[in-house]
Structure formats: C-alpha cells, structure tokens
Design a protein around this ligand. Structure first.
Ligand code: PHE
Length: 345
C-alpha cells in the first residue's frame, strides 16, 4: 500500500508539472484528490491493515495529499501569473506612436466673411444687434416708412405667414427694433447681420434665402460725409487700399437721400470688363440718411437726431472678393467648393 501511495504521488506530480492550463490542473485535482480518486480508493483498503500499520498509512496518505495539493497550488499560481503576463504583453500600448490626425471642421466661407465684416465694424466702435427672422409687417415695412399699399413693397417680394407676419425681407427691421429700444435717445451705432428671405427664383445671382448686414448710426450732427467716410474705410479694408468708391443717387423709402455704393472693379482695374459690364464699377451696397419719418415713428426727435444706415449682402461681398460666380455655392455644401477656403481658424 505504501508503494502504491508513493507511486500515485509521483504520477500526480508528473502530470501537474506537464499541465499547460488551469482547466487541466483542475481535472488532475479532481482525478487524484476527489472522493472517487485513487488515493481514496487505496485508503479504503485500510481496514485490512494491522493496528500498528493503520496510523502509519493514514499519516502517509495525508502526506501524499498534502504534497500533491501543494504542487497543485504552486503550479496554478505559476499558470495564472503566466496568463496575466501574456495578457499584459498583448495589450501593451506604445504611447510614443503618433496619433491618427483628427479631421477638424472649419468655418463656412460665408460665416468667415460675416465675421470679418463684424470685426471691421466692431473696430470702429459698433456693436452687434440681432432680431427675429419671422417678423411683423410693422417692423419689416411700416416702421421703415413703407405703409401698407406702398408701391415700394413690391421691390421686396415677401413670404407672408399671416397677414401681419412674414419672413423678414431685409435686416432693416432690426434697425427699427433697435431704435425703439433706445426710446428716442442716441447715440446708436450697431450692425445687424442675419438671414433674410425673398420670393425669388434661385439662379446664379438670386436666392430665396440669403444674408444681409445692416448698419445703423444715429446721433446729433451725423452727416452724409460720415456715411461716405465709413463706407470708404469699409471698402478699402475689405477689398484693398487701392479701391475707390462712388455713391450714386438711389431710392429707398427709409432713407433720404439714398445712395448706392460702387467700388472700382478689381478685375479690369476700372477700365471696363465683362464683370463690371464695361463700366469699371461694381455695385456693393445700398445706404442713405435715415428718413425723418423713420426717426419719428421710432420715437426720435428728427430735429435733434440724424443718422445713416447701410445694407449689404455678404454673399455678394464674398463673391466679389473671392471670384465666386454662383450664389448657390454657399448653400449646397459641396466640399470641393468649401475646401478652397481652408484656413486654420
Ligand atoms: N434694406 C435695404 C434692402 O434690403 C438695404 C438698405 C439698408 C438700404 C439700409 C439703405 C439703408 O434692399
């Protein structure tokens, strides 16, 4: 019996040493130390032994069990360690590897032009005012000296929502709102950028939705020369120091006198080409001295206060500045177009 136990011990230890995984090890544990295992089997034969031999065999059997258990534990610890090391090795991260480049979004060319224009006027002491795109007939027309039935309303074909509300056709209602907020007291110096809507058929130069930037200055002794000087600074900063401006008489119901501003054509340098239609000049905005009626409707004393306003289309400015030939490029989000305006902003 002693020999049998020793042999079982050796056999078990050999198998333990050879085991390659934790599951295999557990199988060995069950096979050798379990209730149905060979060691238990051998001990069943103890009854046949003499009284002196029995305790000796019992002790030996315990020794064998202890030895096998110890080896099992050692081996299982070793296998576990190996498994952890293997896992760590396979999951090693090389922190020195350069990362994948992150594709950054960038500003739309129209946003950039609007911000450029805003910055330019902020630099001249203006602040920014905004207003709703769904506007009342009052602010969009009536407060701007365009009573119901006025023929000039036809200049701005409108999207009406109800009889009294519409999608604003220009940013001038923000001018009326700002004046109302100031309760008859100057000075005011704001620009109002925003989206506007007109019932136009979309083509290379028209869009049913586009942007405008309105400028409004009100104070005591504001003169036409202030308007001209302001527009001159704007044109030169925006298009280059070599640009000249000219003001042509025009008509807007909310300004008197009204003008349109042209800048010299960059393409031909003023000699005349197809872009400027042979005139050497390109029209870029409308402006004028605030009509006394508009001042009075918004609560300003037109004897004390005067002012000027101007309105421009940033799309048109961008088209002239970058040589873009179709306004629809701004709204169709074609990356081939947008990628031409890559900068790190
Ligand atoms: N609101 C005018 C338009 O949309 C432009 C403009 C603004 C003209 C301010 C003069 C003064 O046509």
């Amino acid at each position: 019996m002693e020999a049998k136990l020793k042999q079982l011990q050796e056999e078990a230890i050999e198998k333990i040493e050879a085991a390659e995984g934790l599951k295999e090890l557990n199988d060995i544990r069950v096979a050798y130390l379990g209730k149905k295992g060979p060691i238990t089997e051998v001990l069943k034969g103890m009854g046949k032994l003499s009284a002196e031999e029995r305790p000796k065999m019992g002790a030996l059997a315990n020794e064998v069990r202890a030895a096998v258990t110890e080896r099992l534990e050692e081996k299982s610890e070793k296998l576990e360690k190996e498994a952890v090391n293997k896992k760590l090795a396979s999951e090693t991260i090389d922190v020195t590897l350069p990362g994948r480049p992150v594709r950054k979004g960038r500003k739309h060319p129209l946003t950039k032009i609007v911000e450029e224009i805003e910055d330019l006027f902020i630099g001249m002491g203006y602040s920014i005012a905004e207003g709703p795109e769904v506007e009342t007939d009052f602010y969009n027309f009536e407060a701007l000296n365009l009573p119901k039935g006025h023929p000039a309303r036809d200049m701005q074909d409108s999207f009406y929502i109800t009889e009294e509300t519409l999608l604003r056709t220009h940013t001038s209602p923000v001018q009326a709102r700002t004046m109302e907020m100031h309760k008859g007291k100057g000075p005011i110096k704001v620009i109002c950028p925003g989206k506007v809507y007109r019932r136009d058929n979309d083509d290379a130069t028209h869009s049913h939705q586009f942007m405008q930037i309105e400028g409004l200055v009100i104070g005591e002794n504001i003169r036409m020369s202030d308007l001209k000087g302001t527009l001159q600074v704007f044109a030169k900063k925006m298009f280059g120091e070599d640009r000249e401006i000219r003001l042509r008489p025009s008509f807007f119901p909310f300004t008197e006198p009204s003008v349109e501003m042209d800048i010299t054509c960059k393409i031909c340098g003023g000699k005349g080409c197809s872009v400027c239609k042979g005139t050497g000049w390109i029209e870029i905005l409308g402006a004028g001295m605030i009509h006394p009626n508009v001042l009075e409707i918004s609560g300003f004393d037109s004897k004390k206060y005067t002012g000027f306003a101007f309105g421009m289309g940033p799309e048109r400015i961008a088209m002239l500045k970058y040589g873009i030939d179709d306004i629809r490029h701004f709204y169709t989000d074609d990356v081939r177009f947008l990628n031409q305006f890559q900068t790190q902003e």
